[in-house]
Design a protein around this ligand. Structure first.
Ligand SMILES: Cc1cc2nc3c(=O)[nH]c(=O)nc-3n(C[C@H](O)[C@H](O)[C@H](O)COP(=O)(O)OP(=O)(O)OC[C@H]3O[C@@H](n4cnc5c(N)ncnc54)[C@H](O)[C@@H]3O)c2cc1C
Length: 389
């Protein structure tokens, strides 16, 4: 039967947590239990800080659980585009910071066992129309300039669409089952001493006093981390970001080789395989659609047509959608702003890795440690000061 929840939520059972009740005093209150909030909860709890993560819905119910579960050093908008907007060494630093985050995820996944679904795999970028080939060749050049060992491959692996031009191959990227990983991460954070609360939307924040109020409880913290993906209603940084929606479809299929398969430019189609509960699935994510300016049913139908044309699949067994947020310069906003809150947003469709980077930066800032990457992403945050009040 067709579902409107993601394939990830449909293939991993969840373990419910209580809502926040009454008063709670901790060192750090984290609002949101996606990859950013849970990673920060684990890292901070390991430094012996008392931590509470307060989630409006359930662990992983946000974008992390609606993603494709791909972990790559490059960025969806293209490293060539990013390099053109930023200073000389920025693209190199971005891929290095993202590479460290993927290695950290791999370490956690090794302790989690198979439920995280983590595997190292190659990434392929290829054109589905000849006029998209220059994008692939531009990307190859930008990846190499940023220090990555990108190569040209002769063709796409079997079971994937035939390329209409050059195929870019980037080895040693990764993918996981995002909900499987987040559930295990939540357990690790709890094991380290963090407390997690679900069904507890933060309704009011007082950053001066350090208070987060929900319907049934109040959490007091020396530090407040807004790991809400978009700090909508709490922070004006939201006003400077473009918001787009993407749709996902899952099909029962023959096994697809492990890998990240991106058809670049037009049409845009991201494909990966998944093996869960003894079944094989093929997942497709399509074009970006401007939020509020498209027809959801038409967007889903367009993606289904593209999947059927290029992959000869049947009818989808699961469909879902999620939103992403884009900063003007293509870099996320991560760190402490003038109001004293810690924010982590503007991840585009790259936030499983950026969220992990963000949690490390914010943890370092809270505990007073040096972070190699904070100035890289704080620079972007400082540009928002005029709108962050
Ligand atoms: C279709 C799609 C595919 C994607 N694929 C990939 C991919 O393959 N790789 C990749 O790296 N990135 C991908 N992304 C992007 C990535 O999913 C996100 O950037 C990332 O998950 C953001 O993580 P987060 O923890 O910051 O936010 P979220 O996972 O959204 O978590 C935020 C949490 O905060 C909670 N919350 C919000 N407001 C409140 C409140 N007031 N009180 C309490 N809780 C609150 C939400 O319920 C949510 O659970 C994709 C995005 C989309 C849309």
């Amino acid at each position: 039967m067709m579902g409107s929840i993601s394939i990830w939520a449909a293939t991993r059972p969840r373990r419910p947590r209580p809502a926040l009740e009454g008063d709670l005093r901790v060192d750090v209150v984290i609002v949101g239990a996606g990859i950013t909030g849970l990673t920060a909860a684990l890292l901070l709890a390991k430094t012996a800080r008392s931590v509470a993560a307060i989630e409006a819905r359930a662990v992983g119910a946000g974008d992390s659980g609606g993603s494709t579960g791909n972990l790559y050093q490059t960025v969806t908008g293209g490293l060539e585009t990013l390099a053109a907007k930023c200073e000389a060494d920025t693209a190199r630093a971005v891929v290095a910071s993202r590479g460290e985050a993927i290695a950290w995820i791999e370490q956690q996944a090794q302790a989690m066992g198979p439920s995280s679904g983590f595997r190292r795999c190659p990434m392929y970028q290829y054109p589905l129309s000849p006029d998209a080939e220059p994008t692939i060749l531009g990307e190859l050049k930008a990846l190499r300039a940023a220090g990555l060992d990108a190569q040209l491959a002769s063709e796409m692996p079997p079971g994937l669409p035939a390329a209409k031009g050059a195929v870019l191959l980037l080895s040693a990227q990764a993918q996981f089952h995002p909900i499987g990983y987040l559930h295990a991460l939540a357990l690790q954070a709890e094991h380290a001493g963090a407390r997690l609360f679900e069904n507890s939307p933060a309704l009011e924040l007082d950053l001066e006093v350090g208070v987060v109020r929900t319907r049934t409880g109040t959490a007091f913290g020396h530090h407040i981390v807004l790991a809400t993906h978009s700090p909508l209603g709490f922070h004006l940084v939201q006003a400077g970001m473009a918001v787009r929606r993407e749709y996902g479809l899952a099909f029962h299929e023959q096994a697809v080789p492990a890998g990240i398969f991106w058809a670049q430019a037009h049409p845009r189609l991201s494909v990966r395989g998944l093996e869960a509960n003894g079944k094989h699935y093929l997942l497709c994510i399509g074009e970006h659609h401007e939020t509020g300016r498209h027809d959801a049913a038409a967007a889903l139908a367009q993606l289904e047509r593209a999947a059927q044309e290029y992959l000869a699949v049947g009818s989808p067994v699961q469909r879902w959608s999620a939103q992403h947020f884009h900063s003007p310069d293509g870099l996320p906003y991560i760190g402490r702003d003038e109001s004293g809150a810690f924010i982590a947003t503007g991840f585009s469709t790259d936030g499983l890795v950026y969220g992990t980077v963000a949690a490390h930066i914010i943890t370092d800032q809270i505990i007073g440690a040096q972070s190699r990457w904070s100035s890289l992403y704080l620079g972007s945050l400082q540009k928002t000061e005029n709108i962050a009040r």
